[in-house]
Design a protein around this ligand. Structure first.
Ligand code: HEC
Length: 275
């Protein structure tokens, strides 16, 4: 009798589980595995289309520069690898932000940038050049020619170490923006540049969220602390974008300070030592 009861319980629990999965509010994703991003619901705020297009344009230009010659490539293959990872992050956020043009070309960009990260890491210039040309074409034409759509979630596509190096590159710019004179942000070019860096960082913050640890969480801390720091980082970074758009230097400075607090909170909570 006990056995039958236990079995029934298991069956009922399993059905409930399946039902919860089906009814869950996770965004549509072609990726398998666990979706660590289910609590994020303001995707289009994170990556507005005009800003995304300009970010892609700049990324392609930078990739082309770094694959121009043997000398450039040898010196910059590490930066090239990281930029390929960044493209994956921008495109993944854009894919979730839209059902239109951005989403359509995002899968092709993710698949091609994944290959570029691998060939750049292996210091293969010819193959890297080929992928850069494919990316340039994808960005310009916007069609999705992904031969093998990528199935891995962000945390598997982008290693956290490379991700943090890209975060640090944008952070260096943020440090400069804090010191800017009030007139400088009034220039449209500067206001646009700061907004682009804010949205780069927003894409990275999504990838940090995806990297929530499953094990070795310090005593007294939990996954919630990780998510909270990421959420604070996202909010602060949206404020950076808004302050830059409004060309308001004192708000910009305050928002960047908030961002700093979110970075430090996570490093403190999860005992990350920053040299
Ligand atoms: C939710 C957690 C979290 C947040 C938020 C976070 N980081 Fe990190 N950071 C980490 C972890 C974990 C590492 C260690 C990565 C590794 O294993 O290499 C790290 C490493 C770093 C490093 C060392 C670089 C390296 O080579 O690994 C720098 C620099 C850094 N973070 C900067 C920042 C900045 C700047 C921000 C905010 C804009 C930030 N981080 C936000 C978790 C976080």
């Amino acid at each position: 009798v006990l056995h039958a009861l236990a079995l029934r319980l298991i069956v009922v629990t399993a059905c409930l589980g399946l039902f919860a999965l089906a009814a869950g509010s996770a965004p549509s994703t072609p990726f398998g595995g666990q979706d660590n991003l289910k609590d994020i619901n303001n995707w289009s705020e994170l990556m507005p289309e005009p800003i995304y297009n300009k970010i892609l344009e700049e990324a392609v230009k930078s990739l082309q520069d770094k694959t121009k010659s043997n000398g450039e490539f040898n010196q910059k293959s590490k930066a090239l690898t990281n930029e390929a990872y960044s493209l994956i992050m921008y495109a993944e956020v854009a894919r979730r932000a839209s059902n239109g043009g951005m989403a359509q070309k995002a899968l092709g960009i993710i698949a091609t940038a994944k290959e570029l990260a691998a060939t750049a890491k292996a210091k293969d210039l010819e193959a890297s050049r080929k992928h850069v040309a494919e990316l340039a074409n994808l960005v310009k034409k916007g069609n999705n020619n992904a031969a093998n759509p990528v199935k891995e979630p962000l945390q598997e596509l982008v290693p956290i170490h490379n991700l943090m190096e890209e975060v640090q590159n944008v952070n260096k710019e943020m440090v400069k923006y804090k010191r800017m004179r009030a007139e400088e942000i009034k220039a449209k070019a500067k206001s646009d540049e700061v907004q682009r860096n804010a949205h780069r960082l927003l894409a990275f913050s999504v990838a940090i969220t995806a990297h929530v640890p499953d094990k070795d969480i310090p005593k007294g801390k939990s996954k919630e602390d990780w998510f909270k720091a990421c959420d604070d980082l996202r909010k602060a970074t949206l404020e950076i974008s808004a302050a830059a758009k409004a060309k308001n230097q004192s708000n910009l400075r305050a928002a960047i300070n908030k961002m700093d607090t979110a970075c430090t909170k996570c490093h403190d909570d999860f005992r990350v030592e920053i040299k």
